[in-house]
Design a protein around this ligand. Structure first.
Ligand code: NI
Length: 237
């Protein structure tokens, strides 16, 4: 994975996102002296939060790789969510095309944005190889943070990623059903308040067939090139 260019490319977006999701419970303004240490604390805090989450997400990747042992037939199933225009969307609405699912949350500081950039790279390369009339894979982001990922939040977030990507969220029950179908783990972590927390979650992409059947998965360690190599023969078969 071209991590350095990606970091540079998304640095501005990530920076502003981190700032906007910052610690509102922070330090009151008591004048210039306190501000210096408050800023230092904020900087260190942000760094630690990112490191901690990355570690946790990496650990989840190991858990997710056991998915294969569960068996392909055991993954997927009916779900109902809502897209970033507020329209109800179900598994049946996606029938007839291959889909590439990624589960995450819009306030994820690091892993989700870089995985979503990778999804975009995979889609662009597939589009390039199959040509304008070839079979398209629909990239789909599904939120694991239904409390904060509103329709508006998704719409705003979607601007940073692939234009064909479908962004879905839902009620906590709807999200729970969709994640259960794909054995996606998620859990609130490091809560500062009911609005400020991270979500520890599986990092995995799922390729599904035109009938919604699960076909293949890719972890954080799979490169875009690896994924393209595996997906091409499937969609052109
Ligand atoms: Ni994430």
């Amino acid at each position: 994975m071209r991590s350095i260019p990606l970091t540079r490319r998304w640095g501005g977006v990530l920076g502003s996102r981190l700032a906007s999701s910052g610690q509102k419970s922070g330090v009151p303004n008591r004048g210039p002296v306190t501000w210096g240490s408050a800023l230092l604390t904020a900087a260190l805090g942000g760094g630690l939060l990112m490191y901690y989450q990355s570690e946790k997400e990496r650990r989840q990747t190991t858990t997710t790789t056991t998915v294969k042992a569960v068996g392909k037939a055991a993954l997927g199933g009916p779900w109902t969510l809502v897209d970033d225009s507020g329209l109800p969307t179900t598994d049946a609405d996606l029938a007839g095309q291959h889909t590439l699912f990624y589960f995450g949350f819009t306030r994820c500081p690091d892993i989700c944005p870089s995985e979503l950039v990778k999804v975009g790279e995979i889609i662009d390369e597939l589009d390039r190889r199959v040509g304008p009339k070839g079979p398209k894979v629909l990239p789909v982001f599904i939120s694991v943070d239904p409390m904060r990922d509103s329709v508006e939040q998704l719409r705003e977030y979607s601007r940073d990623f692939h234009p064909r990507m479908l962004f879905l969220t839902g009620t906590p029950d709807q999200v729970a059903a969709a994640t259960r179908a794909y054995r996606v783990y998620f859990s609130k972590a490091d809560a500062v308040s009911d609005q400020e927390y991270l979500v520890d979650h599986s990092i995995v992409m799922y390729l599904n067939g035109p009938d919604g059947e699960f076909l293949e998965f890719f972890t954080q360690s799979s490169s875009a090139a690896d994924a393209v190599k595996k997906i091409m023969p499937i969609i052109t078969a």
